[in-house]
Design a protein around this ligand. Sequence first.
Ligand code: FAD
Ligand code: UDP
Length: 393
Amino acid sequence: MNVDTLIVGAGFSGSVIARLLAENTKQKILVIDSRDHIGGNCYDYVNKFGIRISKYGAHLFHTTRQDAWNFISAFGRWERWEHKVLAKIYPRDVSDHCIYVPVPICIKSVQNLYDSSVQSEDDIRRWFAEETKAVKFQAPYKNSMESAVARFGNRIYNDFFHSYTFKQWGKFPEHLDASVLERIPIRYNNDDRYFTDPIQMLPSGGYTEVFDQLLDHPQIEVSLNTDYFHERHCFNGVNFTVFTGPIDGYFASRGLDRLEYRSIHFEEFTFEMEDRDAVIQPASVVNEPSMRVPYTRIVEFKQFLNQQSPYSTLVREFSTSNGDPYYPVPNERNTKLYAIYQQLAEKETVKERRKVLFLGRLANYKYLNMDQAIGNALDHWQQWIKDGMIKIH
Ligand code: FAD
Ligand code: UDP
């Protein structure tokens, strides 16, 4: 096979490396993906109702990494978009009466749900001090329950995090690393945006257009519906492989226990609307922390970039342990097991004459946002140059 580098996976991790190699070397690059499309989990398309849908759940780009943004903004077309999320809370969890409150918790959330006298930063700081004063947990926290109760107090923990996390992960927060709930900040002001990063964008032509352009280079060939695990033998002659699939799949023949992942089952509904601007729910994403419903959130895709359509498509997300691997599950068992896979990966990377790099959310078994996946690929590239592994033309 006349290929210098094989890249397994056409998500951001694989596609960014492919582009860097193509632009800076004379190498021929083959990108394969087992799916029938490029873009990995960021793949999107316009449905028959004229609404852009992300096949694997809503994707909001946000970053503080200027280098990642400088790189990716050269592909596709991007527009600023500040994401907002509301959680649907049933105050006494007995009636059908519900309140929509902003997540992350900010002054407005506390006002609407618990204490209307909270108006200022001083008020909300005092309010949280009161909520958490009886909490005994101290850093370093052993798990997500401890870290969340210590920061938010028991009321918010129970209303927002306990059940949602169980629905999302199949485990209560006490069985997950502290890092899971540490992702959620507290806002001591009235900023109800989901992210505060200076760079918050959505691609107006969709993520798939970004990937089309990333991979559009005469030195890059893309082969879809090609599963590395089935076709591995065809690639023995390749000098270098970048593997962005699940690391436990790569080493399946070693007979170790498998790593745990969460997947999502998506249920789609489309409604005819009265006019092209009309929407159904009060925010693009409504989280459902209550055990009353089995899904975690509902996404109304039309709201992203204010799309116009006489219809609206909503997608409910049900978390499940079966299906495509999306989320690595961060707990003690998986961290220990991943360390063993990581050792195998390090050996494989330096094994004589067969160089392999393990990169991305699945190969590094790490909860990575898009900018982190792009940033990691850029960091690896810089390291290769430093180590003299790449001849730049
Ligand atoms: P992936 O996109 O998963 O790409 C890996 C590719 O490898 C896949 O296409 C897969 O088909 C392919 N592959 C796997 N095994 C094989 C094989 N054996 N042979 C061939 N191909 C194979 N990030 C954000 O920044 N903002 C968000 O709002 C956001 N929302 C998300 C919502 C959901 C539901 C999920 C699951 C993720 C979200 N992310 C978000 C994270 C984002 O999807 C990842 O950061 C990004 O996809 C990582 O890119 P990747 O290339 O590492 O992995
Ligand atoms: N979470 C929660 N309630 C919410 C929002 C988030 O309990 O209303 C928890 C949940 O465990 C989730 C984690 O916080 O997995 C991180 O949330 P984030 O929105 O960052 O994750 P995403 O769904 O975007 O991957």
